[in-house]
Write a protein that binds this ligand. Structure first.
Ligand code: SF4
Length: 322
């Protein structure tokens, strides 16, 4: 069964499903009247408000039949587009609000949010923008992270948390605002062009950080030509604006067995080592957001695959057959 539009399945208790919605809230800034709207909607539909790690406010505990009305009454857009896109830009208060700030993380972070949020990527992608080396936006566990210093911005790539944690590699230091945006655009385009279905860190580990850095810095040194290409890469038309049919954030966690109703994007996210198995069964459309948003059973049906055979093979790779 399809998920309600713009909702996340949260729980199944005694056969009853509950859902969450998470509106986009750039930088976690929220006006009082918007906060009041959250409260009104949550109260009306018996939801619970939850602050998320991506600086958003989720309304959870909702019934599927209320989701359309919840979105209509909130008058907001979902935070996420689909599984493989830019999911969040975490922003610390920086010089705008914090006495320790070295750089204006709010200005830079909101610009990154405007340029990239929901933009399609080879895998999920997260940004972190911290105004000083205290790194309150957790920049070194983001796919792209920046940290302010007295000398400017340091740029990090390849960090992640979750089930496959990795600390980011420092790409370059001491950049001004414009050059920071420029090199991030180069990193994003390089990742889009060359990566498989893999996080930035996995991509870097596969090709080697030396090559990644050399290629990115070579284009960065190219100057104006690269800048023009970068501008083209963030054309608004490329961004997903429609309400997604289904989001797949998380019902599968590391250690869970894969089942016929597991969503393909969840399987790839939690067990990236299964990608070659899925491809081996003839599923070549793993980069497609709509196909990866489907349960395994539907995807198997489309490809004429025995879903039980596929599940057994995937669990063999993911869990060693446990
Ligand atoms: S990273 Fe630095 S500037 Fe940002 S909130 Fe933390 S201490 Fe303040």
């Amino acid at each position: 069964m399809m998920l309600p539009k713009g909702a996340n399945l949260q729980k199944i208790r005694n056969g009853v499903k509950t859902y969450a919605v998470t509106p986009h809230l750039p930088g976690g800034f929220v006006k009082p009247e918007v906060l009041e709207k959250y409260a009104q909607v949550a109260r009306k539909y018996h939801g619970t408000l939850k602050l998320t790690s991506a600086q958003r406010i989720m309304i959870t505990g909702l019934r599927g039949e209320d989701i359309d009305a919840v979105w209509a009454e909130l008058g907001m857009q979902p935070a996420m587009g689909f599984a493989n896109c830019v999911r969040s830009v975490k922003i610390c208060p920086g010089t705008a609000f914090c006495k320790r700030g070295k750089q204006d993380s709010v200005k830079l972070g909101l610009e990154l949010d405007r340029r990239y949020i929901k933009k399609e990527m080879p895998s999920r992608m997260k940004f972190g923008v911290s105004g000083c080396p205290n790194s309150c936006a957790e920049s070194v566990i983001k796919d792209v992270g920046v940290i302010g210093t007295d000398a400017g911005w340091d740029v990090y790539v390849g960090g992640s948390a979750g089930s496959h944690p990795r600390l980011a590699d420092k790409l370059i230091g001491g950049l001004d605002y414009d050059d920071t945006l420029r090199i991030i655009d180069i990193v994003v385009r390089y990742y889009q062009k060359h990566a498989d279905i893999e996080r930035v860190g996995q991509f870097i580990d596969r090709i080697g950080f030396a090559k990644f850095r050399q290629d990115v810095l070579a284009e960065f040194a190219g100057g104006a030509g690269a800048e023009a290409a970068a501008a083209a890469s963030v054309a608004p038309a490329e961004r997903l604006t429609a309400m997604p049919a289904a989001l797949t954030e998380g019902t599968l966690v590391l250690g869970d067995p894969i089942r016929p109703d597991s969503v393909v994007a969840d399987i790839i996210r939690v067990y990236p080592q299964t990608i070659s198995t899925l491809r081996g069964f003839g599923m070549g459309c793993l980069g497609c957001p709509s196909s990866t948003g489907e349960p395994l059973t539907k995807a198997a049906d489309i490809h004429g695959i025995d879903v039980h055979e596929l599940v057994t093979a995937l669990n063999q790779v993911a869990l060693g057959g446990k």
